[in-house]
Each structure stands twice: as structure tokens, then as C-alpha cells.
Design a protein around this ligand. Structure first.
Ligand SMILES: Cc1ncc(COP(=O)(O)O)c(C=O)c1O
Length: 396
């Protein structure tokens, strides 16, 4: 019996450290990075059999790579999915899912509150190929239902949302999708499987930007699609054909990232909760958006469906863009960058960066004002994060 055989039924933390590991004859303890684009065959017959798919084994790293495979098996185990397909970025994971499961004439219902590039992918890119998308407010179940059409094939959302931390009822949207015979796809980037497992709540597929918390230290781009093998078959065909496959080095970084995922997500969440509470007490702060606060509209749902509230929050300063920019510019410890899911705390002004391409009206509809600041809380001591923000607020 090898290490993988004893993992059936193992707990999350054990899977995070051990699932997917396959050692070579060298006996390396840490997983190897297979930095190779192609593989050697023993003879011409073996080459022919591998190319024909009659014999299992590697052919070319756009198709399969042992390090990438280890990452796929580990994240599949953590999400509670049958299998996973790794991709070159989070956007490639979403694109591959759509290319595998949509065709011209299909209709998609997507949360209005997803990552801006995802909005563009559905609203602009896929629209050119005859796939129409209706955008609905994340938490308005009646709007999801009203948007359904006979040709609706896919429902897509992120929960909690960025940057207002709104929370979708995943089981309820899953029930709608099931009734419709459509696929329900959840971008689980903000929670990761350490805090939320959408497949267990009825989602058909989970996608990730591994670039965020799966890495955890802001080093690599990558993505992954997780779910039943039958739904991943076409995803894999698209990836091998179109080419956005994950590099083995990046896969190795994510494998290492997963080993500490739960510990990190709990620490991010604890820091974010402490910071959110502190922000509510600052006179220059008008409003704090974090589902961990009891007065947040998504608090009870998040408490039910997530293990903790995650590392991202946003707040509104009294004033407008000038005041928000002043606070951001006066911070010294926090990093001014749009990325999140890093050990280092990041700060950004959504209205002029991540959501800058929306019209003012779209931004208003999404609740993203000029006075809003987003913080992706890292792993520094929260007292130092508060001190940096207090200094910045003093400049107002
Ligand atoms: C929720 C979410 N999904 C998807 C993406 C896209 O991921 P990537 O940048 O790895 O392509 C991002 C990136 O910020 C994101 O925040």
C-alpha cells in the first residue's frame, strides 16, 4: 500500500500536505519539478501507442506533466472533486470551462459582481462567438431565476464578491441551475477549499485563480478547474488544443502553497476580522464591508456556508476620491497593488483600478463608490496594519 492509497477518507490537512505526491526512484521527499517539454519513448511502437492514447503515459507537457498532475490531484482532493485540470492562469481556467461547455446560441447568467476581466470575457469575447450573457446582482435570487431562458447553459458567480464581500446562497443557485439543466460554475478564489467547498453545496465545477491564495505569496500565475471527470474531459481537450497549460514550476509552487493553505486562510481571516472591527471604530471611516461583521447583509449566510470570512475587506472613507487616494498614498507598510491572496497586505482603489473600466453608472449599480478602498489583508501583525492605516487616516 503506498502513501496515496492510505489517503482515502483522510482529513483536509493531511490531503493538503500529501495528496497527489508521487516520488521517483530517487526517493525525493519534496515533490520534483519535471522541467521537460517532451518525454522519451522506449521504442517506436511505444511512441505510436502513446500518441494513439492506447497506452497511458506522458507525451508532451502541453498534454500532461507529472508535477502539474500532482497539483491537479491535490487540489481535486481538497475541493472534494473527482479530478482537476490546471491552466496557465485563472482566466484560462474560466475560458477553458466556457469553451468546453458552451457553443454559439447558448446563454449564460453571470453575477454582475465578478472579477472585471471575467465580465469582459463573457460580455465581450464570448459575445463575438454567439454566446450571450445576462448579468444579475449576486444576491438577488429572483433576478437569477428571471434571467433564465430555454437556452441558458451555464450559471457563473464568485462568492464572496470583490470588493464588497456580498455572499451568494450557493445551494439555492445550484438548485436553480439543476432545475434548468444548466451547469453551475463557482469561482472559489476568495475562499479556497479551506473555507468553502462549492461542489458539496451543489456546484458542478469550481474554478480558481491559483495566482491568489493557492500560491499565497504572489509569485506565480496559474489556474485550475475542478469537478467530475465527465465534465473535465472537454476542458482537457480544449487545453491541449489551445495551449494554456500550467508550467511545472508554477505547479510546484502551488503544491507547496497548498500545504499551508488552511493555516494561512485562517490567519488571513483572523487578521481581516480584527482589522474590520478596528476600522468600524475609526471616525474617518463611514462604512466597512466584511461578511465577518454581524451587521453585514451576508453575515449569517457566510457563517453557514464558509468556515471563516476570508482575507478581503473594503471600507468607505468620509469624502470622495481625493480622500481615498490620500489614505492610500499615505500608507507605508501596505503595498499599493491590485493583487490579493499574498502574505503581504495590499491596498487598492477599486473605482480607478480593478473596476476602472466600468461606467460610473455601472459602478454605482455595483455599489463601488469613489470613496471605497479595498484591502486584501496579509499575514503581518494586525496591530502594524492598523498603525499604518491610522497614520494614513491622520493625513485627512
Ligand atoms: C476572483 C478572480 N477570478 C479570476 C481571476 C483571474 O485570475 P488570473 O489573474 O490568474 O488570470 C482573478 C484575478 O484577479 C480574480 O480575482
Amino acid at each position: 500500500m503506498d502513501e496515496q492509497d492510505v489517503l482515502a477518507g483522510a482529513a483536509f490537512d493531511t490531503l493538503a500536505v500529501r495528496a497527489g505526491t508521487r516520488r521517483t526512484q530517487e526517493g525525493e521527499h519534496s515533490e520534483a519539478i519535471f522541467a521537460t517539454s517532451s518525454y522519451v519513448f522506449a521504442n517506436a511502437a511505444e511512441a505510436a501507442a502513446r500518441f494513439a492514447g492506447e497506452q497511458p503515459g506522458n507525451v508532451y507537457s502541453r498534454y500532461t506533466n507529472p508535477t502539474v498532475r500532482m497539483f491537479e490531484e491535490r487540489i481535486a482532493a481538497l475541493e472534494g472533486g473527482e479530478d482537476a485540470c490546471a491552466t496557465a492562469s485563472g482566466m484560462a481556467a474560466i475560458l477553458a470551462t466556457c469553451m468546453a461547455h458552451l457553443r454559439a446560441g447558448d446563454h449564460v447568467v453571470c453575477s454582475r459582481d465578478v472579477f472585471g476581466t471575467t465580465v469582459n470575457l463573457f460580455g465581450k469575447v464570448l459575445a463575438r462567438f454567439g454566446v450571450e450573457t445576462t448579468f444579475v446582482p449576486l444576491t438577488d435570487l429572483a433576478a437569477w431565476e428571471a434571467a433564465l431562458r430555454p437556452n441558458t447553459r451555464l450559471l457563473f458567480l464568485e462568492s464572496p464578491s470583490n470588493p464588497l464581500c456580498e455572499v451568494a446562497d450557493l445551494a439555492a443557485v445550484a438548485a436553480l441551475a439543476r432545475r434548468q439543466g444548466a451547469l453551475f460554475v463557482v469561482d472559489n478564489c476568495f475562499c479556497t477549499p479551506a473555507l468553502q467547498r462549492p461542489l458539496a453545496l451543489g456546484a458542478d465545477l469550481v474554478v480558481h485563480s491559483a495566482t491568489k491564495y493557492l500560491d499565497g505569496q504572489g509569485r506565480c500565475l496559474g489556474g485550475v478547474v475542478v469537478g467530475p471527470r465527465a465534465l473535465l474531459e472537454e476542458v482537457r481537450v480544449f487545453l491541449r488544443t489551445a495551449g494554456p497549460s500550467l508550467s511545472p514550476f508554477n505547479a510546484w509552487v502551488f503544491l507547496k502553497g497548498l500545504e499551508t493553505l488552511r493555516l494561512r486562510m485562517e490567519a488571513h481571516s483572523a487578521n481581516a476580522l480584527a482589522l474590520a472591527r478596528w476600522l468600524t471604530e475609526q471616525p474617518e471611516v463611514e462604512r466597512v464591508h466584511y461578511a465577518g461583521l454581524p451587521d453585514h447583509p451576508g453575515h449569517e449566510l457566510a457563517a453557514r456556508q464558509q468556515r471563516a470570512f476570508g482575507g478581503v475587506l473594503s471600507f468607505e472613507v468620509r469624502g470622495g476620491r481625493a480622500e481615498a487616494w490620500r489614505v492610500i498614498d499615505q500608507t507605508r507598510l501596505l503595498s499599493l497593488t491590485a493583487n490579493l491572496g499574498d502574505a503581504k497586505t495590499t491596498i487598492v482603489h477599486p473605482a480607478t483600478t480593478t473596476h476602472g473600466r466600468l461606467t460610473e453608472e455601472e459602478r454605482r449599480a455595483a455599489g463601488i463608490g469613489q470613496n471605497l478602498i479595498r484591502i486584501a489583508v496579509g499575514l503581518e501583525d494586525v496591530a502594524d496594519i492598523c498603525l499604518d492605516l491610522r497614520r494614513a487616516l491622520d493625513a485627512l
